[in-house]
Ligand binder design. Structure first.
Ligand SMILES: C[S@@+](CC[C@H](N)C(=O)[O-])C[C@H]1O[C@@H](n2cnc3c(N)ncnc32)[C@H](O)[C@@H]1O
Length: 369
């Protein structure tokens, strides 16, 4: 039996891949939106793992009697009396009969029971200790939550950037964080930097960043954003950022013209997603967009190859996200021509990251030499 369980975010493939990168591999098992592992991570370092916990018991669903759960709860509270005076319990309605009474009798003073739902960030904020009893396929798994991604911090970071509209990509800070977590390298280039969300999402990671964008206005906007973000990281997370960041203006196609050694840097970028009118694009518009991006990325990859850059993590747009997605498969040909290998991301060549309200999704791709 694995000792830890993690709740994966809505893009499970990204969360799995991020988990693997953060833990350096190791055995895992994924069932629905759950990941089982023997490794422990604080889910706050990830962008797409929601919460994690220690598995306390696992029962076979068909053999489980409610009295066994009562017995477990009673013993759990009694042996953790000091820490679980106030306890939250999340469980299916069918197991909930008499739970309150059993918890009280065992010594819990304040008990918050939620039925048929997992604790959300608000629940976790108001009660520190949560015991979750949940059905996962043929099992009933009981675990205590030991880390919960600080949703409030991520959205504050997103919303409190002074420049968050001018060059708004559809990336959010948590996706930016996940992208950065897909590399182990500490020297990073974002050549489509916009207003700096990738660097901002990871100011605790002590990276060396070279940020650039074709648009000169991004330099100043990123600097102002970094100032605000440094302040938030400091007051909310007690992190005094140590990152070394340089910001400049140039065309990503011309990385090769920079007179500096970039061979030990990795590119991690959202990239340029092109025209995004907020509606479904027509077929001819998609073709048009892909033709332009194909030309752009052919030159960017050639430029990276010339500079000896060994790892490139980036996004391309994919369309028709709710039906049969139209994906930028043309990138594989360009990768081959420039001698980059397409990495497996959770068994696929690209991860399709979509959000309900968007018409264009992020296809996440990782190339290495
Ligand atoms: C989707 S936005 C990136 C948003 C960014 N991730 C952020 O956090 O703000 C794409 C950016 O690519 C830039 N861009 C487009 N073509 C470029 C090129 N050829 N070279 C460099 N930057 C380019 C645009 O100016 C824009 O800021």
């Amino acid at each position: 039996m694995f000792s830890n369980i993690y709740r994966l975010g809505h893009c499970t493939e990204l969360a799995i891949e991020e988990f693997k990168c953060l833990t350096g591999g190791g055995k895992i098992e994924v069932v629905d939106q759950w990941l089982f592992s023997d490794q422990v991570i604080d889910t706050n370092i990830s962008g797409s793992v929601v919460f994690g916990g220690e598995i306390l018991q696992k029962y076979n669903k068909s053999e489980l009697k409610i009295e066994i759960l009562h017995e477990f709860l009673s013993q759990y509270i009694q042996s953790n009396k000091e820490t679980v005076k106030k306890i939250g319990i999340s469980l299916p309605t069918k197991f909930s009969k008499n739970f309150l009474g059993v918890a009280k009798k065992a010594g819990a003073k304040k008990i918050n029971i939620i039925k048929d739902q997992l604790p959300n960030y608000g629940h976790k904020k108001s009660v520190k200790n949560w015991l979750v009893i949940t059905e996962i396929q043929h099992d009933v798994v009981v675990f205590s939550i030991n880390s919960y991604s600080d949703q409030q911090f991520w959205s504050e970071l997103d919303q409190k950037l002074p420049n968050n509209d001018m060059k708004r990509g559809i990336i959010n800070i948590k996706l930016a964080r996940s992208l950065v977590n897909l590399t182990k390298n500490s020297k990073l280039i974002d050549p489509f930097n916009g207003v700096g969300r990738l660097a901002i999402s990871s100011l605790d990671k002590q990276k060396i960043w070279r940020l650039s964008d074709i648009d000169k206005v991004c330099e100043e906007q990123t600097m102002t954003n970094l100032e605000a973000a440094n302040y938030l990281w400091k007051i909310k997370k007690n992190i005094i950022t140590q990152d070394t960041i340089t910001i400049s203006t140039f065309d990503a196609k011309k990385i090769s013209e920079l007179e500096i050694d970039l061979s030990d840097f990795s590119v991690v970028t959202e990239g340029f997603l092109g025209f995004n009118p907020g509606r479904m694009l027509r077929d001819n518009e998609i073709k048009n967009e892909y033709d332009k991006l194909k030309d752009l990325w052919t030159q960017v990859l050639q430029s990276c190859q010339t500079k000896g850059i060994k790892e490139i993590i980036f996004c391309l747009p994919f369309y028709n996200i709710t039906k049969k997605p139209i994906t930028p498969d043309w990138i594989f040909e360009i990768a081959e021509q420039t001698n980059y290998n397409v990495n497996d991301l959770n068994g696929k060549k690209m991860i399709l990251y979509k959000r309900a309200e968007t018409k264009v999704g992020h296809a996440i791709i990782k190339l290495t030499v």
